[in-house]
Design a protein around this ligand. Structure first.
Ligand SMILES: [Zn+2]
Ligand SMILES: [Zn+2]
Length: 128
């Protein structure tokens, strides 16, 4: 894929903060660096980045699609209070593997996405 200036800007913006922003969040962040960028451009860039596999879409429930540039296999922890999405990385992977999920006969796994829902540490502190 051609990494045009716009795509690079969107990609770099996404890498800056791995907090799974929405396209809109990215638009506001990218605009600070390049004020003439449009929402449509951000959408187009994201679409191209997803297509070539540099960026993954994260869909959680009915919320807007979020974007993740962490390409290592990981699960997501979704805080139901503040809406933040955290990456659970490889340290936890052994534990994921132990989750026994029955895959029906004849089905083939291409990849998997796990989202764990709960409350993050910040939100837990607020609740006490
Ligand atoms: Zn992620
Ligand atoms: Zn939270």
């Amino acid at each position: 894929m051609k990494l045009t200036r716009q795509r690079k800007l969107v990609y770099d913006t996404l890498l800056e903060k791995l907090d799974h922003p929405t396209a809109e969040d990215l638009f506001f962040r990218a605009r600070k660096k390049q004020p003439e960028i449009s929402m449509a451009t951000v959408y187009n860039c994201l679409e191209a980045l997803v297509k070539c596999g540099l960026v993954k879409q994260v869909k959680v429930g009915k919320n807007a699609v979020r974007y993740c540039a962490n390409l290592c296999e990981h699960a997501h922890f979704v805080c139901e209070v503040c809406g933040a999405i955290f990456d659970l990385d490889r340290d936890n992977r052994e534990k994921f593997k132990n989750m026994q999920i029955k895959i029906p006969r004849g089905f083939k796994i291409h990849n998997f996405e796990i989202a764990i829902h709960g409350t993050c540490s910040d939100c837990n502190i607020l609740r006490i």
